[in-house]
Design a protein around this ligand. Structure first.
Ligand code: SF4
Length: 294
């Protein structure tokens, strides 16, 4: 059975697929079913609404269990990302203009609908992407709404735009899934076309604010799997006082078709997924530092 089943009708409610015995790199959600997109609004007003947090550019959403945080979760994938990871399995989320504009209230209503499932399973919401901090005001509104309704909150972020996470937003976070793409700055740059430093600064802020962190690291043969690189990621992770776990996610080729469909240059055409043995060896590097690693 697939470890991730989609509730793509948007209303099917509870389901309980078998949990995966290890985490893995996921694709984005099933669709936008159940969400009413914005009607006709002038482009300038759209921009103002996004800026004010009343509108979000959304790629998709889905209900999942055993991924993206504890319990059953409503994971919403927002559009727009400042990174261009070579292994990105959701390249169609990189450009915010490709998303569908959804009123923030609309998303909140959808979240509210699942509150009992969240309570029963110890789940909640996860805002993913793309990069959620590309749309900080709207995300902040959603987090506040969730906390007001006792719903567990998480964001899945690279931390590159961590400076946009306000202290108020930070207080409304129960969990951050922090994607550390690489531990060596040059490898980070090669992998994402951006700098590592903002992620390190954000990790420090999360630690100081005692926000629980799950670090995610994608193991890509020939790109991120150098031992020194993994050691550096482990060093960064273990320096976080609020780290709860690390997930080492083996690279896969499930995003390749999307790169081709978008006409993007996919540079990992020839890259194979890591072997199970290599993935376990990478996990052992974290475990040796006493980190719960999956
Ligand atoms: S941060 Fe995520 S969404 Fe953005 S390019 Fe990297 S893998 Fe893709």
């Amino acid at each position: 059975m697939s470890a991730v089943q989609r509730a793509s009708d948007g209303v099917s409610g509870e389901y309980a697929p078998a949990p995966a015995d290890h985490p893995f790199l996921r694709r984005s959600g099933g669709g936008l079913d159940g969400l009413d997109p914005l009607g006709d609004v002038e482009r300038r007003e759209q921009a103002a609404m996004i800026h004010a947090g009343r509108l979000l550019s959304v790629h998709s959403w889905e209900l999942v269990t055993a991924v993206d945080g504890p319990g059953t979760r409503m994971t919403t994938f927002l559009s727009g990302c400042p990174l261009s990871c070579l292994y990105c399995h959701n390249p169609d989320t990189m450009d915010m203009r490709r998303g569908t504009l959804v009123p923030t209230d609309e998303l909140c209503q959808r979240i509210y609908r699942y509150r009992r499932i969240f309570a029963r399973t110890g789940g909640g919401i996860t805002i993913s992407g793309g990069e959620p901090l590309m749309q900080p005001r709207g995300v902040s509104e959603i987090l506040q709404f969730a906390r007001d309704n006792d719903i567990h909150t998480a964001i899945d972020t690279s931390g590159f735009l961590g400076v946009r996470c306000s202290d108020a937003m930070m207080r409304n976070l129960n969990l951050v899934l922090l994607d550390i793409k690489s531990g060596v700055p040059e490898v980070y740059k090669r992998t994402t076309n951006q700098e590592l430093e903002p992620t390190l600064e954000f990790a420090q802020r999360l630690g100081a604010a005692k926000v629980p962190v799950w670090v995610r690291f994608v193991l890509v043969p020939g790109l991120t799997d150098d031992r020194d690189n993994i050691e550096r990621v482990a060093e960064i992770a273990s320096s976080s006082p609020s780290l709860e776990r690390v997930e080492v996610l083996p690279f896969h080729q499930m995003g390749r078709d999307k790169w081709e469909a978008l006409g993007f240059d996919y540079k990992l055409e020839e890259t194979k997924p890591p072997t199970a043995e290599a993935t376990e060896q990478a996990r052992d590097i974290f475990r040796r530092r006493g980190i719960a690693t999956y």
